[in-house]
Write a protein that binds this ligand. Structure first.
Ligand code: SAH
Ligand code: SF4
Length: 410
C-alpha cells in the first residue's frame, strides 16, 4: 500500500482530529482513495465505479470541491464534504520573473509535533513548445552540495506523496491548465500558449531518491492515464547520485533520469557533492550504464554546473566526454546561479562557450541550459524556503549578483 498522507493516517486511526479539522484528498493515490470511500460506507461492488468518477474529477478536471461532481451521487458528495476537502497547499507567495517563469512558495499543513508549518517552492518554466514544472521532494536537504542554496537549509522532513502531487494540481490551478479554464480576457491568469504543463522535473528542493516511496507513489498518480496522464518519458528525476537506489528507481518507476555530476574527478566531486565520498564516480557511472531502458531514445541527462575556476577548464570538458563515452547521454551545462553568501562564481560566458564547444564537437547537441527565473531566485539551486529568508544584507548581495548575471546573459 502506498504511503498515506499523515493526516489521513491519523484520521483513520482516531477519527477526525477535531470538529473543524478536515484532511484534504488532493494528491491522494488510488489505494488511499479506495480506503477513504470504504470508510464512508461505499460498498465494495461500487468501489471501482466511484474511484473512476472521483479520479477523473480530481486529476483530469482539477475539481477543488465535491459540489461540482455532477455524476457522483448527492449523498456521497455530502459525506465526502463532511469529512474531507480538496484544498491545495496554502500559497504564501507567487512571483513572476521577467522571462515568464513563476515561483510559488507553498505552506503545508502542520503535522504531528511540528512547531511551524513547513514551506516548499515550486517553479513553472514556460517555453515555446513546452512547459516544465519543477517540483520539490523534501523540505530542505540533508546533502550539502557546496554550490546549492537548498543545501544550506537543513532537512525539515520528507514530503508525503500527496504533497508532491499537490504541487502539480496547484500549478495547474494557477496557470489555468485544466479543461475549461478561463481565458485571460475572462479573468484567467496566463495566456493560452503559455499554459500547458508538459514536463515534470524532480529538480526542486531535496534529494528525491532519499524519499523514494513517496516520490514513487506521487509519480504513479502523475503518470496515471485516467488523470494527470503525464507520460513517464516526460518526467525526469534528478539525483546527486544515490547509487543503490538508481537501478531500483529505473525498475519500479521508469522515469527519465538526470545525474548531478558537476565534476569528473573524485577529489573535486568529493568537495562539490559530498555524497561522492560514499558513492564515487566509478560506481555512479556503473549504475548509469545499467539503468533500465537506457537507449539512444531514452538518454540520461548529465548536469554540470559551471563554476568559475573550479570545474570549467577545457581539460575537464575533455575528461567529461571520455567519462561518458558509451553511455546514451545528454549533457546539460548549467551556468551557476548565485545566491546570497555563496563562495562560488559563475564561469565567464566565453569559458562556458569554449567548454560547450568541446562538448558539442563530441556530438552532444545544445548543451547549455539557459538560466530561467534568476530575478526571482527560481533558477536551479536557488530554492530555499526557510522563512528566515533573506536579511537586508543578503538581499543587497542578490541584487548585485543578479545584475552581474543579466549582463553576462546578454
Ligand atoms: N537534489 C537533486 C535535485 C535538485 S537540484 C540533485 O541534486 O540532483 C537540480 C539541479 O540543480 C542539480 O543538478 C543541482 O546540482 C543543480 N544546482 C544546484 N545548485 C545550483 C546552482 N546554484 N546553480 C546551478 N545549478 C545548481
Ligand atoms: Fe540537495 Fe540537490 Fe542541492 Fe545537493 S544539489 S544540496 S542534493 S538539493
Amino acid at each position: 500500500m502506498q504511503t498515506m498522507d499523515t493526516n489521513l493516517e491519523v484520521e483513520a486511526r482516531r477519527g477526525p482530529l477535531s470538529a473543524a479539522f478536515k484532511p484534504s484528498l488532493a494528491g491522494i493515490g488510488r489505494h488511499e482513495l479506495a480506503a477513504v470511500l470504504k470508510r464512508i460506507g461505499v460498498a465494495d461492488r461500487q468501489l471501482p465505479m466511484r474511484i473512476g468518477q472521483l479520479w477523473s474529477w480530481l486529476y483530469a478536471r482539477g475539481a477543488t470541491s465535491f459540489d461540482c461532481m455532477s455524476d457522483v451521487a448527492k449523498e456521497l458528495r455530502s459525506a465526502l464534504a463532511q469529512a474531507y476537502t480538496l484544498e491545495r497547499p496554502q500559497t504564501v507567495s507567487e512571483q513572476l520573473s521577467v522571462d515568464g517563469t513563476r515561483k510559488w512558495l507553498l505552506r503545508l499543513p502542520i503535522r504531528g509535533h511540528e512547531k511551524r508549518a513547513p514551506e516548499i517552492e515550486t517553479v513553472y518554466i514556460p517555453e515555446a513548445n513546452r512547459g516544465t514544472l519543477c517540483i520539490s521532494s523534501q523540505v530542505g536537504c540533508t546533502l550539502s552540495c557546496s554550490f546549492c542554496h537548498t543545501g544550506t537549509q537543513r532537512l525539515v522532513r520528507n514530503l508525503e506523496a500527496p504533497e508532491i502531487v499537490a504541487q502539480i494540481l496547484l500549478a495547474r490551478d494557477r496557470i489555468g491548465d485544466w479543461p475549461g479554464a478561463l481565458a485571460p480576457r475572462d479573468g484567467g491568469l496566463v495566456p493560452e500558449g503559455e499554459r500547458k504543463i508538459t514536463n515534470i522535473v524532480l529538480m526542486g528542493m531535496g534529494e528525491p531518491l532519499y524519499n523514494f516511496d513517496n516520490v514513487k507513489a506521487a509519480m504513479a498518480v502523475t503518470a496515471d492515464g485516467a488523470g494527470l496522464a503525464l507520460s513517464r518519458r516526460r518526467i525526469t528525476l534528478s539525483t546527486s547520485g544515490v547509487v543503490p537506489e538508481i537501478p531500483r528507481w529505473g525498475k519500479e518507476a521508469g522515469t527519465m533520469l538526470a545525474i548531478s555530476l558537476h565534476a569528473v574527478r573524485d577529489e573535486l566531486r568529493d568537495r562539490l557533492v559530498p555524497l561522492n565520498k560514499k558513492y564515487p564516480i566509478a560506481e555512479l557511472m556503473a549504475a548509469c550504464r545499467a539503468y533500465p531502458g537506457l537507449s539512444n531514445a531514452r538518454r540520461i541527462t548529465f548536469e554540470y554546473v559551471m563554476l568559475k575556476g573550479v570545474n570549467d577548464s577545457l581539460a575537464d570538458a575533455r575528461a567529461l566526454i571520455r567519462l561518458l563515452a558509451g553511455i546514451p547521454a545528454k549533457i546539460n551545462l548549467i551556468p551557476f546561479n548565485p545566491w546570497p553568501g555563496t563562495a562560488h562564481e559563475c564561469s565567464d560566458w566565453e569559458q562556458i562557450e569554449r567548454f560547450a564547444e568541446v562538448v558539442n564537437r563530441a556530438g552532444y547537441a545544445s548543451p547549455v541550459r539557459a538560466p530561467r527565473g534568476r530575478d526571482i531566485m527560481a533558477a536551479c539551486g536557488q530554492l530555499r524556503s526557510n522563512s528566515l529568508k533573506l536579511s537586508a544584507r543578503e538581499r543587497k548581495l542578490t541584487g548585485g549578483s543578479e545584475r552581474a548575471v543579466r549582463r553576462q546573459d546578454t
